[in-house]
Design a protein around this ligand. Structure first.
Ligand SMILES: C[S@@+](CC[C@H](N)C(=O)[O-])C[C@H]1O[C@@H](n2cnc3c(N)ncnc32)[C@H](O)[C@@H]1O
Length: 229
């Protein structure tokens, strides 16, 4: 179904051309605070909570869904927080094209599209290529946080991460259902309310490991009708 596109005029919203012109997120924020990325922020409830917990960091929330971006911007404006910016952009494209090597202290991915049918699982975001890109963008010691309500997505991602020697598990098991003080997103809340557990993986990039520069696979660039270069 095509998206209903509305123009987003919020000062929180950063069109790609603005990032390109500024040259960096540090320039956009006006400071050099460590940067965190939330991929697929939905309506922005998670990023507001985590940014409130960490005023010493800057947060970029991204989504490819226009209405979600609009709602996220208006919620961030209402929150009064000045350490969050929002972009409508595809995750791998942003990471590869604009973030790059050792640019991120944290990555957050909550309840990404589960692609439950077996034949669609190759479309899942969390795969070996994405994990390599995530490692490349993380600073040594930087942390990847992943949650899902989907048992097989949680278990298989936990297994891949636990087996990858470039990561250090921040929990004692490949995944946990104990969220501790990790904020709850809209989707997480929906499944917790139904009594379903959340699968939570938290892994840091090991210090001293070399990460090969990733290659951007074709098809990730999405162009928006309102975008001007
Ligand atoms: C199931 S929703 C979860 C939203 C939110 N994280 C939550 O937990 O409430 C997944 C979101 O990820 C976004 N998304 C999916 N693939 C993406 C990608 N490659 N880059 C950026 N956002 C993506 C979708 O548009 C959608 O808003």
């Amino acid at each position: 179904m095509p998206q209903r596109m509305t123009l987003i005029t919020s000062p929180i919203f950063i069109p790609e051309a603005q990032l390109k012109k500024a040259g960096s997120f540090a320039a956009l924020f006006g400071n050099n605070h460590p940067l965190a990325l939330e991929v697929g922020c939905g309506i922005g409830d998670f990023v507001i909570q985590i940014a409130r917990q960490h005023p010493e960091m800057n947060f970029v929330a991204i989504d490819i869904f226009n209405q979600g971006c609009r709602q996220t911007c208006s919620r961030i404006e209402t929150s009064g927080l000045n350490n969050i910016r929002m972009m409508r952009i595809e995750a791998r494209y942003l990471m590869y094209q604009y973030l790059g090597e050792q640019s991120l202290k944290r990555i957050y991915i909550n309840c990404p599209d589960p692609w439950p049918k077996k034949r669609h699982r190759k479309r899942r975001l969390l795969n070996n290529d994405f994990l390599n890109l995530a490692l490349y963008c993380l600073l040594p010691g930087g942390v990847l946080n992943f949650t899902t309500d989907f048992a097989d997505y949680g278990a298989s991602t936990g297994e891949i991460l636990a087996d990858d020697e470039r990561f250090v598990n921040q929990h004692t098991t490949p995944y946990t259902h104990d969220l501790g003080d990790y904020p709850v997103s809209k989707y997480m809340c929906r499944f917790l309310d139904l009594g379903q557990p959340i699968y939570f993986c938290r892994y840091a990039r090991k210090a001293g490991v070399q990460i090969e520069p990733p290659r951007l696979q074709k098809g990730f660039r999405l162009r928006w009708p309102e975008e001007t270069e």
